[in-house]
Design a protein around this ligand. Structure first.
Ligand SMILES: *Cc1c(COP(=O)(O)O)cnc(C)c1O
Length: 835
């Protein structure tokens, strides 16, 4: 037989083996169990079955993945590179089944093997390679990029240990390491042939070459290897599979053996340890990471790997580096990869011999920067000393970039040295620092905030000087979330009901949910809507009982605040309301209020004392409230440990009320707010981040608004804010604060919550007291409304129906149009998604 080697033939053969018939799927699972996992059916565990199933699904992804790559190459497309230190992907299996369109056949195949699909889905441990919102956003964007058929690649770090696991002991958070790779990772493929080298430390030498050109040679004293691990990212029935490429740091063998051979055993072992440490562990974010050298190593490591990889791909495709910015656009997800601006300059000037001006033209047209925070303390800056030791050549390049940049500032604003000092990439006040956000601003074509208010505050406040210099660079792209994971996968009950009325189109086009609006006035539909909501709450109640032993009533209102624990997010304001209700009930046990279950979840940064104390406060209040028969029929408080994507998929669909109560002007956007509202929860919230746009979209009458605006917060602070006066004048607040301070909720220990109480009484930096009464009044309106199920369901349906614009598909379209200049979609749909 003549061996055919055409593409078509390979695909056909592949299709027979990996077709989506129940018989082929069953055979695939059994084959993978035997040949890949190495187990017989009789002794296979759930985990073995999960792994075999995951490989069986991956087998069905591979043809799409390779074809997508070939199609992109054929069409010579402009590619988006999304650089992010975090990708909080969540478990893949259920999402891949949805996007492939093979859930039903797989369910049947699995059932015929006497297995339960939902159970196997539950065996997958999630890659927790992110802290929270920022990493999760990156994951939603990858989903939308593939769904829309945008040529794109995500680049990040393959941390060996992801976000820590949280346990609660004695009411306190305890951290445990997350070795998520313990049982392997069936989704990824190691690509050792595409590895790159990254240098650290050492020194530079400069000279003039024979043409009189200034040249620099950097001689690092450590060289580590970056090894890529690729995971396919499927679009929703688009036939496209893009790539998430995560870098693992490994010892550079030759570098390492040279030292061995020269007898420097300790040096060689040290080099190996240095190299392998870099991708070892994800830093839990917030203040404590400041100045941690390893963090800077991580940032440079993955950014350099990614840029070198992009250049190699660009050149392999036959392009000249002069056109790099025409073929490649890079999105910097926050400042973590912003060292890329200096690194691309180094690669172009030192390695590829470009002159400065041409290199700068390419670099500044390649990058775009997304800012994620308004908290000044969270803006990254590196002490010059650490920076110069680790990246001596990059520091020189940054000096040069800065000098040229400040010339532009002086030209536009003559005689304004105060402005020059404010805008300098090098902070010269006291100890000197490199300001990473400024480097990103200078080196990017576009700078975007993540919600309308946030972008306005960037322009008027955090990056005001840059806005005055380059107003045209600033643009808003409001965040979004993927309706695939956050509705279709996590809320099958509601999805089915919606689909029965308006068809399946909403999953790929969330605006279609608006067709549900007319059902808001249909009492039969409202009753079905409530039935679905109840079923979802029963599911969560079972989980809560299993995990915590607390029994909660699914017909009580589920009031949820799940997100990182932070003072600006004000979980403790929520607690003040719970205690207000507690005291009201203690005074009058006959008081009629709608029974409520207060659900909390979220991790505190390990070094953030106040956040950890807030967790202890919640668990302490829970202990008192849940065990007091005078109140525990109406109030229950639950802190759910180890909040992550898997758990989010259970809780967002089950909430009646979503708490989005940050101090106005502090939350850049929020995305939890969107997930809740899509799933039909009503929001109680401040005019902060994307809450404002959500409220405008769902209708002001369908949103519980309270609190000061961002402008009012600023004015209150400017006028001199005195929380103690509010405490003195508000009896209910005083009672609650005194109760916490007295030890009533801490087994008589009056000192335990003293730091929290003192902080509130003396400075209250996040204005809980200023918003307290407004919040309580608003919660009372919520209570009243919940007692009218018809009115509540109507509002709930309007919330879900009007969330179309918060799909990450809309965000990605905005990026394509306003930032990336990508207009062609649907390339690479080479393999039909579902046969
Ligand atoms: C959506 C999400 C977040 C972000 O929540 P916010 O309420 O926007 O802070 C954090 N962690 C996980 C696991 C999420 O899914």
């Amino acid at each position: 037989m003549v061996k055919q080697t055409t593409k078509e033939h390979d695909l056909i053969v592949d299709d027979e083996r990996t077709s989506n018939t129940v018989a082929a799927l069953k055979q695939g699972i059994l084959d993978n169990l035997f040949y890949v996992v190495g187990k017989r059916v009789e002794v296979a565990t759930d985990l073995d079955h999960f792994t075999a199933l995951a490989y069986t699904v991956r087998d069905r992804i591979l043809a799409r993945w390779l074809t997508t790559r070939e199609d992109y190459a054929k069409h010579n497309v402009r590619t988006v590179y999304y650089l992010s230190a975090e990708f909080l992907m969540g478990p893949y299996l259920a999402n891949n089944l949805l996007n492939l369109g093979i859930e039903d056949v797989i369910r049947q195949a699995v059932a015929e093997l006497d297995l339960d699909l939902n159970h196997l889905i539950g065996r997958e441990s999630e890659p927790g390679l992110g802290n929270g919102g920022l990493g999760r956003l990156a994951a939603c964007y990858l989903d939308s990029l593939a769904t829309l058929g945008v040529p794109a690649m995500g680049y990040g770090i393959r941390y060996e240990f992801g976000m820590f696991h949280q346990a609660i002991r004695d009411g306190w958070q305890v951290e445990m390491t997350d070795y998520w790779l313990r049982y392997g990772n069936p989704w990824e493929i190691r690509r050792p042939q595409a590895c790159v080298e990254v240098g650290f430390g050492g020194h530079t030498q400069s000279w003039a070459d024979s043409f009189g050109e200034y040249k620099v040679l950097w001689s690092p004293n450590e060289i580590v290897k970056g090894v890529p691990f690729d995971t396919p990212i499927l679009g929703y029935r688009s036939g496209v599979a893009n790539t998430l490429r995560l870098w693992r740091s490994e010892a550079n063998e030759s570098f390492y053996f040279d030292r061995f051979n020269s007898g420097d055993y300790e040096g060689a072992v040290g080099a190996k340890v240095f190299a392998e440490n870099i991708s070892k562990v994800l830093y839990p974010n917030d203040e404590e990471i400041r100045g941690k050298e390893l963090r800077l190593q991580q940032q440079y490591f993955f950014t350099s790997c990614s840029l070198q990889d992009m250049i190699r791909r660009h050149e392999t495709a036959g392009h000249s580096l002069e056109n790099f910015h025409e073929q490649c656009t890079v999105q910097l997800n926050d400042t973590h990869p912003s060292i890329g601006v200096a690194e691309l300059m180094r690669l172009l000037v030192d390695i590829h011999g470009f002159d400065w001006d041409k290199a700068w033209e390419i670099t500044s047209h390649t990058f775009n920067y997304t800012n994620h925070t308004l908290l000044p303390e969270a803006l990254e800056r590196w002490p010059l000393r650490i920076f110069g030791l680790l990246l001596p050549r990059h520091l020189e390049l940054i000096y040069e970039i800065n000098a040229r940049f400040l010339t532009i500032v002086r030209a536009k604003f003559p005689n304004d040295e105060a402005r020059v000092a404010r805008m300098s990439i090098i902070d010269e006040h006291g100890e000197r620092y490199v300001r990473m956000a400024y480097l990103a601003c200078v080196g990017s074509s576009h700078i975007n905030g993540v919600a309308k208010l946030h972008t306005e505050l960037l322009k008027s406040d955090v990056l005001h000087d840059f806005y005055e210099l380059w107003p045209e660079k600033f643009i808003n792209v409001t965040n979004g979330v993927t309706p695939r994971r956050w509705l279709a996968v996590s809320n099958p009950e509601q999805s089915e009901l919606m689909t029965s009325k308006i068809g399946l189109g909403w999953i790929g086009d969330l605006d279609q949910l608006s067709q549900l609006e007319r059902y808001a006035e249909d009492s039969t539909f409202r009753s079905e809507w409530r039935g679905v909501q109840h079923a979802v709450k029963v599911r969560l109640a079972q989980y809560i009982a299993e995990k915590t032993g607390v029994s909660v009533d699914p017909s009580s209102m589920f009031d949820a605040q799940v997100k990182r624990i932070h003072e600006y997010k004000r979980q403790h304001l929520n607690v003040l309301y719970i205690l207000t209700q507690y005291y009201r009930l203690k005074k009058d046990p006959t008081l009629e209020i709608s029974p409520r279950t207060f659900l909390f979840g979220g991790k505190a940064a390990p070094g953030y004392f106040m956040a950890k104390l807030i967790i202890k406060l919640i668990t302490s209040v829970a202990e008192v409230v849940n065990n007091d028969p005078e109140v525990n029929r109406q109030l229950k408080v639950v802190f759910l440990p180890d909040y992550n994507v898997t758990f989010g998929q259970l809780v967002y669909p089950a909430a009646d009320l979503s708490e989005q109560i940050s101090t106005a002007g502090k939350e850049a956007s929020g995305t939890g707010n969107m997930k809740f509202a899509m799933n039909g929860a009503l929001t109680i919230g401040t005019l902060d981040g994307a809450n404002i746009e959500i409220r405008d979209a769902v209708g002001h009458e369908n949103f519980f608004l309270f609190g000061l605006t961002a402008a009012e917060v600023a004015a209150r602070k400017a006028a001199g804010y005195h929380p103690h006066q509010i405490y003195e004048s508000n009896g209910a607040l005083r009672e609650v604060i005194d109760g916490i301070g007295s030890g009533r909720f801490s087994r008589g220990d009056g000192s335990l919550f003293r730091p929290l109480v003192d902080s509130l009484l003396n400075s209250d930096p996040y204005l809980l007291f200023a918003d307290y009464q407004s919040y309580v009044d608003c919660q009372d309106r919520v209570c009243k409304m919940y007692r009218d199920p018809e009115a509540w369901s109507r509002m709930s349906i309007y919330n879900a129906a009007r969330m179309g614009q918060f799909s990450s598909d809309r965000s990605i379209r905005d990026y394509c149009k306003d930032i990336w200049n990508i207009t062609r979609f649907e390339i690479g749909a080479g393999v039909p998604a579902s046969k």
